[in-house]
Design a binder for this molecule. Structure first.
Ligand SMILES: [Ca+2]
Length: 484
């Protein structure tokens, strides 16, 4: 009997390998979760992403867990690339098996282009080859002479970059060239990290026209929950993101920037469309998993904020759309997931065993429309300033800013844009208490031992340790220079 099973497995294993899908992971930079037309945004134009939404599944409750410094991009990307949570990730992925590394060992040809924000050593380990790897931040603009890197034969070298080509065209065309040249041998893993729509806001003028009238004035309305000021000091207002415009926020100046922001999204969207076209032309669409996400959202004027150093929904939530073989087409799900769920999910599709470091779970059962009990709560943090917990359509946010305490309670199932703070409502006192208890449960589940936030907060047991796992925030953590 055993022999028969072994023989059966011998035949089965190559068959499974033959069917392993190609995988494309497209990650944009700072794209708000609501910046996809097919998911209800009446302003932004995203035909490429709309097509992906139509052929795949869109997650409406996908979130980044947060960050331990102002460079939220680095934290989010580290979590995705390692499958690890906020209290365990490493900025440079040291000692972690990266997603690309895992797939390469599983027999995939791994190829990367675009933003890599987790150090050169992990870059080298991740890709069989890479071209036009771009920096985490392009301070002189997306059409400037920024440095690029390549990876070939296990060696990193400087690449060529001829400005004024926009980063989006450089990265999109590199990804497309890879698909055109794919020889049909090993299954591939293609990572495409668009630097757009991260500031400095630099757009292709043709796409900008979509968001301006004949006189050049922006036609982009204020975002949901627009406020000229935040109301209380959340401890982040001097960070570079937040000083891109003066306070109080001027609606016209904000609309002008947001026209460029939306144009950058439409531009990268055009490449999402072209990549789907090429898959279809090559007959690869039936056996390629396409994942589109962003590292986190952005405030862009909501709640009087501009940046990503907060834990509101516009910032924690991410676009999260997946299409591919067996994925239920045109469906949406409100299953709560973190971005780092993608690690085990992609490993699952690739037939690779995820290492123990990975904390997430494979969302493949959700994608295939099977009954699945996912997370009933998600837990979030931003440095030692903020914590949030989301449970059953309710969200509790706690702040601790230079000795000042603030609490917010939102019924996000109905108040999706977080505009009615119910924390002082006596009718919600029991709910507030129960959410604080749940916050402590989640704190302990993730090993959040950040005494700078927790000790003396006024609820839950004090912690034995008194420091965060990523070291004390540097003194310049909340200045203009830090965010990259
Ligand atoms: Ca980012």
């Amino acid at each position: 009997m055993l022999k028969r099973i072994s023989l059966f497995l011998l035949f089965l294993v190559p068959a499974l390998h033959a069917e392993r899908p190609n995988i494309i992971l497209i990650e944009s930079d700072d794209q708000r979760p609501d910046a996809i037309a097919a998911l209800g945004n009446p302003t932004v134009k995203t035909p490429g992403l709309d097509r992906l939404v139509g052929s795949g599944m869109a997650f409406t409750n996908a979130r980044n867990q947060g960050s331990y410094n102002a460079a939220v991009c680095v934290a989010s990307r580290s979590m995705l690339q390692s499958g690890q949570s906020l209290w365990h990730y490493d900025d440079n992925l040291q000692g972690r098996v990266t997603l690309g590394e895992l797939l390469q060992k599983a027999g995939y040809h791994t190829y990367g282009t675009g933003k890599w924000h987790n150090g050169n050593e992990s870059l080298k380990r991740s890709f069989t080859a890479a071209d036009n790897i771009t920096p985490g931040f392009l301070p002189k603009g997306h059409d400037s002479a920024f440095a690029t890197l390549t990876v070939h034969d296990g060696k990193i070298a400087k690449g060529a970059n001829v400005p004024p080509r926009l980063s989006t065209d450089l990265i999109g065309s590199t990804a497309l060239d890879f698909l055109k040249g794919y020889d049909g041998g090993k299954p591939f893993f293609l990572y495409v990290g668009f630097n757009a729509p991260h500031d400095p806001y630099t757009a292709d003028k043709e796409y900008e026209k979509l968001y301006r009238d004949a006189s050049g004035k922006s036609t982009v309305p204020p975002p949901p929950a627009f406020r000229p000021n935040h109301g209380f000091d959340p401890g982040v207002l001097k960070i570079r993101d937040e000083v891109l415009l003066p306070r109080p926020l001027d609606p016209a100046a904000l609309a002008d920037q947001n026209a460029i922001y939306d144009a950058m999204i439409s531009h990268l969207d055009s490449w999402v469309g072209k990549l789907q076209d090429e898959l279809k032309t090559r007959g690869l669409d039936k056996n390629t998993l396409v994942v589109f996400t962003s590292d986190h959202g952005l405030a862009r004027g909501s709640h009087g904020l501009l940046g990503k150093q907060n834990v509101y929904e516009h910032t924690l939530k991410i676009p999260f759309v997946i299409s591919g073989p067996g994925v239920a087409a045109g469906k949406r799900t409100d299953n709560a997931v973190y971005n780092f769920e993608l690690y085990r999910t992609i490993a699952d599709y690739a037939g690779a065993k995820a290492p123990d470091q990975a904390e997430g779970f494979s969302i493949r059962p959700i994608l295939e429309g099977r009954e699945f009990k996912g997370r009933d709560a998600t837990y979030h943090g931003y440095t030692s300033l903020m914590r949030a917990v989301v449970v059953d359509g309710w969200k509790l946010i706690e702040y601790r800013v230079r000795g000042e305490r603030h609490t917010q309670l939102f019924h996000i199932a109905e108040d999706r844009t977080e505009e009615k703070d119910l924390s002082a409502n006596p009718a919600q006192a029991d709910r507030l208490k129960s959410l604080r208890e749940r916050m402590i449960v989640e704190r302990d589940r993730y090993g959040d031992e950040d005494g700078d936030f927790w000790n003396g907060i006024g609820f839950g047991k004090p912690l034995a340790k008194t420091s965060n796992p990523h070291g004390k925030p540097k003194p310049k953590d909340h200045t203009q220079e830090e965010e990259r």
